[in-house]
Design a protein around this ligand. Sequence first.
Ligand code: TYM
Length: 337
Amino acid sequence: MENTPERTERKKRLFSAIQPSGEMTLGNYLGAIRNWVAMQDEFDCIYATANMHTITVRQDPKAFRANTNKLYALLLACGVDRSKCLLFHQSLVPAHTELGWVVSTFTQFGELSRMTQFKDKSQSHADNINCGLFAYPSLMAADILLYQADAVPVGADQKQHLELTRNIAERFNGIYGKTFIVPEPYIPKLGARVMSLADPTKKMSKSDENTRAFILVTDPPATIMKKFRSAVTDSESCVCRGENKQGINNLMDIYSAVTGKTDEEIVAEFAGKGYGDFKTAVGEAVIAVLEPIQRRYTELCADMGYIESCAREDAAKAAALAERTMQKVYKKVGLVR
Ligand code: TYM
């Protein structure tokens, strides 16, 4: 990993963010948030709700604001610890959009046109293919480069955006001399791509119209069990991996991610048993992980005023860090600050 001179003595820095576009899914948790928590001791971590990204799709203002604070509370409930990291809302630190604009002038139209997420989202929101949706990866790159992050814990679906971020950083550094750290993606071995329970060829997404497709971190245990029991599988009855067994492959991934069991152990555990037993076991294992989070979440939601004040407090600290990069960038490109 690269480093700037003033950073060599410091811990490596992480940046990551999650959109408050709905509630957190099991995919978000296993693919990203669990790692945010696991990496807090070792790294200097900066985390945000990416609410500026969320308005690329039209939102109901009242629900959106409430969701943003609720997601913050849920992140705390998942174990994000403010004594070890910063956690704030992106909209509270104007430097994200300021650097976003500068970064957009170092991002090519062709590069953005190739982003698979843009292609997918412009299909699902054909009535509102706005410039923000198109330029979204530039803003995401700015989020990361702003804090000189060394690594970015994300699920596999964000890999392409991370590659673009690296290209932009290298391009800018190539023109103006070393300005940005070139960040590495950190994608977990287990849970990097949790698939939909209704169509296991698609990723699990909080914006799926079919609520049976995803597990929410806040789903009551009975709902979680019902969703797993109705998960799409195949017509065989062998709990083992296979080419045309995307449903079972996905359930094995989830089971493995929450229990730490290997494929061999799972196959042995369910030898001679049917899919029904396996689905129940997956449901129980997921509930065991999510129940303590849900209890903490309920407690935290009792005082949303406190939640918003935490976000503001950390945003002020983040803004001070961001300002260092902004000074550097404006000077290099010749903007008056
Ligand atoms: P978002 O809000 O879609 O997802 C948040 C995190 O969850 C991961 N994830 C998944 N992991 C495994 N399986 C899935 N089915 C699954 N679905 C989502 C995502 O990879 C992500 O890590 N653009 C980002 C937010 C963002 C960001 C950033 C991330 C804005 N700025 C800077 C990192 C750095 C997004 O929409 O994530």
